[in-house]
Design a protein around this ligand. Sequence first.
Ligand code: FES
Length: 150
Amino acid sequence: MDLLINGRFVPLPDEAVDPAMPLLWVLRDVLQLTGSKYGCGIGACGACTVRLDGVPARSCVTPLSAVGGRAVQTIEGLGGADRPHALQRAWVLHQVPQCGYCQSGLLMAAAALLERQPKPSDADIDAALTNLCRCGTYPRVRAAIHTAAA
Ligand code: FES
């Protein structure tokens, strides 16, 4: 079985093709894409957020069988040190992270929001980003999204 991840087809080893396995564990344990984090495991916190065909998805409650041929984007595919996404540059500018654990999920949700809504209001951001941040970085998240959208 192949998965389309970050623009490339990636073959999965046989031991990883249990269709019930959550996508998060496929990403982290099988493919070593560890940017997506495990927080609650019940779809509540958003630390594990990836995008499926552009739509934010909680990978901890998304079984492999539900992914099918959809395009998976993880934080590793959003950008990086050599080619940061506008949101990542804004995240640095506003020094958004505190502990940082939830930030990849927030960035993936924010990227989906900006593609859908290039100039979101604070209310739009609050409605779209249901991710939890125990450090309370929400004001800086909003500021960074506005900067990236400018
Ligand atoms: Fe998936 Fe919390 S770890 S929503």
